[in-house]
Design a protein around this ligand. Structure first.
Ligand code: COA
Length: 168
């Protein structure tokens, strides 16, 4: 992976991000979306994330985007504006070699630079890799919402994890 770059996303990355994320929407419980997004929806989302000052970071090699990590609003009500929700996805086959750590570290550095106070991750269970990554980067477990969603024929719980960004 010598030609790996980790960089802020541009709207031109929307298609690649969409291909990666849609696979998790269609094939797994990892995303609680149930319908794949169109490229136009992903482009509009990406443009609005960037305009609103949220960090969206991609990992790319010579073949294109192989992972993405982003922050977004935690909840809509105004007092929540000091917090972000963060997430990460890698293209299948890129897991387990440290890329998630590298990409998420960059996202968290960017979010910290933007002076957010808390980051939250909602992890649909089971997902040992995601829990391990979040723990490694300093997130702590807040709690589990028991069977809060139904996806691919089963109920799934989610784990809420939080990071105090001023401690990064
Ligand atoms: C979650 C994900 C981003 C992790 O990225 P990754 O590149 O595989 O993670 P890393 O190789 O950087 O490993 C990070 C830590 O997790 C551990 N880990 C990785 N996979 C693991 C697994 N399946 N079970 C337990 N621990 C695991 C690693 O050992 C490492 O810890 P260490 O450095 O103390 O040994 C990646 O697996 C992925 O994209 N999964 C599918 C999408 C997803 O679940 N996204 C998260 C949504 S909340």
């Amino acid at each position: 992976m010598s030609d790996l770059s980790i960089r802020p996303a541009t709207v031109e990355d929307a298609h690649d991000i969409n291909v990666i994320y849609n696979e998790f929407i269609v094939e797994s419980h990892v995303s609680f979306d149930t319908e794949p997004w169109t490229d136009e929806e992903r482009e509009a989302w990406l443009a609005s994330q960037i305009d609103a000052g949220y960090a969206v970071i991609v990992a790319a090699d010579g073949a294109g985007v192989i992972g993405a990590a982003w922050s977004g609003p935690w909840r809509d009500k105004a007092a929540y504006q000091t917090s972000v929700e963060t997430t990460i996805v890698l293209i299948p086959g890129s897991e387990g070699s440290g890329l998630g750590t590298t990409l998420y570290r960059r996202l968290l550095a960017d979010v910290t630079d933007r002076s957010f106070h808390r980051a939250y991750a909602i992890i649909a269970l089971p997902n040992n890799a995601s829990i391990a990554l979040h723990r490694k980067l300093g997130f702590s477990e807040v709690g589990v919402l028991d069977e809060v969603g139904h996806k691919v024929g089963e109920f799934h719980s989610t784990m809420l994890m939080q990071l105090k960004l001023d401690s990064v």
